[in-house]
Design a protein around this ligand. Sequence first.
Ligand code: HEC
Length: 124
Amino acid sequence: MRSFLLTAGCFAGVLLAASCRHAVVDPAPQPPPATPTPDPLVARGQSRFIAYKCHECHGPHGEGTDDAPDLTGTHLDAVEIAQFLEKPSAHARSVGMPSIPADSPDIQLLVAFVLSLKRGRPAP
Ligand code: HEC
């Protein structure tokens, strides 16, 4: 209750544009840093990533290799990634990147996985 009152006072202080940092004597423990919720699509996408040997060119974490670019930094969005997987660029095909049929359920899984790599990219 005491800390609730302090917190309420703190909000009032914020409204008055005063710093409330000193008012909080007993701050509630901070929640642990957000850990990404395991997403079943992403997990299945990861196993597809390995099954299609994407990791052999793009690296196990999509970090890129001499053969293929870093996927964690891709500027492509979900739709563009799906299109790329259905029809890789001439360069990608020339090195052996597989194309995935548009009606394959793997597209959605791989897109989820690639997007998760992008989100999980550590800040520079
Ligand atoms: C034989 C090597 C190879 C394999 C295997 C491979 N790729 Fe690629 N991939 C490439 C190369 C090379 C490029 C770059 C093509 C370009 O720049 O035109 C590329 C580009 C991409 C891009 C576009 C990245 C961007 O930002 O433009 C995505 C997405 C991608 N690959 C996903 C995958 C996925 C998913 C798999 C597995 C299904 C896969 N790749 C398998 C070689 C490979």
